[in-house]
Design a protein around this ligand. Structure first.
Ligand SMILES: C[S@@+](CC[C@H](N)C(=O)[O-])C[C@H]1O[C@@H](n2cnc3c(N)ncnc32)[C@H](O)[C@@H]1O
Length: 178
């Protein structure tokens, strides 16, 4: 469990919860997120048996950037879950996902033992603890299913810097949990 950002925030950044933050970031997200944070890592995965993977769940799918990457790997049955309706609306417009649900990734209503792979990128940094996530992923995956997680959790960064973005007016906004 990471400590609240307020304990680290000596600079007094404007800080909002993830739902408010992504409502604000959604319109500029695709143009401003840095693909170098995760796409090279994902693309270097050597051990994923793509030909045997049919059904994927993208946890914290946002605007569909990782759904697109999964589609490029040959996966066509992709389920997306995210808490932000503004981000999900942008994902829906891309017509990548079989289904999109607006819900907490640690408490989805998706069926158990159903997915060959679960992927989450740059979303877990918004979870106050990881236990609920691993429990949910274990429930969702079918036997032998794979879990790919890419993130920079505030706990790992040690200085407690949460995900942040710059608004169009130049203000830096920090997003914590939902
Ligand atoms: C930095 S974006 C990453 C989106 C996408 N995975 C990507 O890599 O482009 C983080 C996403 O996680 C979502 N999110 C944060 N906490 C969440 C939670 N507890 N449940 C569901 N979605 C969450 C946010 O709404 C946001 O869309």
């Amino acid at each position: 469990m990471s400590k609240p950002f307020i304990l680290y925030d000596t600079r007094h950044y404007s800080t909002v919860d993830a739902i408010a933050g992504y409502a604000k970031w959604a319109p500029t997200y695709d143009a401003t997120v840095d693909n170098q944070l995760d796409i090279p890592l994902l693309s270097n995965l050597q051990t994923l048996p793509w030909l045997k993977i049919n059904k994927a769940v993208d946890l914290g799918c946002g605007t569909g950037r990782i759904g697109k990457w999964l589609q490029n790997q040959g996966i066509s049955d992709i389920y997306g879950v995210d808490c932000s309706s503004e981000m999900v609306n942008l994902a829906a417009a891309k017509q990548i996902y079989t289904q999109l649900d607006i819900v907490d990734i640690t408490q989805t209503s998706l069926p158990s033992c159903s997915y060959d792979i679960a992927v989450t990128s740059l979303a877990v940094c918004h979870l106050p603890n990881l236990y609920a996530l691993y429990t949910e992923v274990a429930r969702l995956l079918q036997k032998g299913g794979l879990f790919v997680l890419v993130d920079y959790h505030p706990f790992f960064l040690l200085r407690g810097i949460p995900t942040n973005f710059d608004c169009e007016n130049g203000e830096s906004i920090f997003c914590t949990f939902i």
